[in-house]
Design a protein around this ligand. Sequence first.
Ligand SMILES: C[S@@+](CC[C@H](N)C(=O)[O-])C[C@H]1O[C@@H](n2cnc3c(N)ncnc32)[C@H](O)[C@@H]1O
Length: 211
Amino acid sequence: MGLKKKLVAQVRNPSGKLGRFIARGMNKGHAKLAKWGISKILIKPDYFILDIGCGGGGNLHRFGEMIKDGKVYGIDSSETSVNISKKINKNQIDNGIIEIQKASVSSLPFNNNFFNLVTGFESYYFWPDLIKDLNEIYRVLKPKGKLILVNEGYLCDNTKKRKKAEKWSILGNFHIHSPKEYEDFLTKAGFINIQIFEERKKGWIAVIGVK
Ligand SMILES: C[S@@+](CC[C@H](N)C(=O)[O-])C[C@H]1O[C@@H](n2cnc3c(N)ncnc32)[C@H](O)[C@@H]1O
């Protein structure tokens, strides 16, 4: 396997020593994108938040700092990601603010109508069955709860960024979409009041849907 393929396989499923390095690296590498995405949503101190594909746990930490009476949950299908997230958030886990477990987006270990906010940063690309997985997110959201997807790669107007995203998606065999396609698949999954934010120069997209 070439180096680029190896890298993208690790981003999809961090594992072993390289996976630990990648998961930690993503906390740094995705920080600006994550902060930009988070700035698009109002987070109240009593929110129950779920971050899907939490990776190295950087966003769990950010949310943990923002909530008071609520709680932050993280899931990831990679054991390596879960372990790094737990290490990085040890204090907030001990204080009962954050809880992290290994799980897939396709089968969320939570009750119906539980979360105010579900987030996915650089994660939806790899979800195995997009509409079914979005239905599963819809199930765990409270009525009027929000989903936000924040991504660095999408089919944008910026040709250079779009070509780069397309190249990686082919290499890693994962899906990327245009803003219109985001709107369509979220609508198909039952979400309403869809908002789309683009940072075209950087090739960033943040999409919000409401239950
Ligand atoms: C590119 S990383 C992003 C990590 C983190 N959200 C960030 O922004 O740095 C993608 C993460 O999604 C996880 N992932 C992939 N498929 C998943 C699935 N079906 N369910 C839950 N997590 C998944 C991977 O294990 C990986 O940790």
